[in-house]
Design a protein around this ligand. Structure first.
Ligand SMILES: Nc1ncnc2c1ncn2[C@@H]1O[C@H](COP(=O)(O)OP(=O)(O)OP(=O)(O)O)[C@@H](O)[C@H]1O
Ligand SMILES: Cc1cn([C@H]2C[C@H](O)[C@@H](COP(=O)(O)O)O2)c(=O)[nH]c1=O
Length: 200
């Protein structure tokens, strides 16, 4: 999909700092005078809400879960992402179909097939930041946030998710950023890469 906007996605296992960094990045682009649409997946729409409920009540079957994420994303692309990019805005997502590759891939689906299914309707981002942190540190941060690990945040599953994310690292639009250091340092690294790609 050709567009005049800038499409940035942040990915990584739970607790790596995606929400923190996407908020800071949106703030920075707005300070540069850019119009920004920041969003997340699962979305706050009907399908996304259904998915979020299962984080506490217990996960659906892998097939049902994948179906809901695809339904949520189709609505997200149609109603928010595609129109914003067409209008030349900066779109910043906290998770996208790479999370589907990782989390539903860790439940037995082929990540490459998930990617093919999604890229049939979901535009590939201009920049993908994979925030990387070891699983135990990520789980500790979830605890530090005041949350207890939910049904999506089991240690062994997150380790598999991390592997699937890292398998993307050689692709030209992918940038792996360790979040071992403080939020400000991580954001400085992200902004340096984003600035080099932001159209004048
Ligand atoms: N670089 C960092 N160093 C230390 N703590 C951090 C860093 N970035 C974020 N945190 C803290 O770690 C916790 C998790 O951060 P955040 O919620 O942004 O992660 P996330 O990747 O969006 O998690 P989830 O996928 O579970 O929503 C928060 O308490 C946040 O304040
Ligand atoms: C987009 C997407 C997300 N997930 C999982 C990953 C998370 O554990 C939960 C909720 O996301 P949040 O970042 O904690 O808000 O959903 C998934 O399994 N598949 C996906 O496609």
């Amino acid at each position: 999909m050709n567009h005049s906007g800038l499409f940035i996605v942040l990915e990584g296992i739970d607790g790596t700092g995606k929400s923190t960094q996407s908020g800071l990045l949106a703030e920075w682009f707005r300070s540069q005078g850019r119009e920004v649409v920041a969003s997340r997946e699962p979305t706050d729409g009907p399908w996304g809400a259904k998915i979020r409920a299962t984080a506490l009540s217990g996960r659906l079957s892998p097939e049902e879960e994948l179906d809901l994420f695809l339904k949520d994303r189709r609505q997200h692309v149609e109603e928010l992402i595609a129109p914003a990019l067409a209008a030349g805005k900066v779109v910043i997502l906290d998770r996208y179909y790479f999370s589907t590759m990782a989390y539903q891939g860790s439940r037995g689906f082929d990540p490459a097939e998930i990617r093919r299914q999604n890229e049939a309707f979901a535009p590939r981002p201009d920049l993908l930041f994979i925030l990387d942190l070891d699983v135990d540190s990520a789980l500790a941060r979830i605890g530090g946030r005041g949350d207890t690990a939910n049904e999506f945040e089991k240690r062994d599953s997150l380790a598999k998710c991390r592997e699937i994310f890292m398998a993307l690292k050689e692709e030209p639009f992918v940038h792996v950023v360790s979040t071992d250091e403080g939020p400000e340092k991580v954001q400085a690294a992200i902004r340096e890469i984003a600035a080099a790609h932001a159209p004048a």
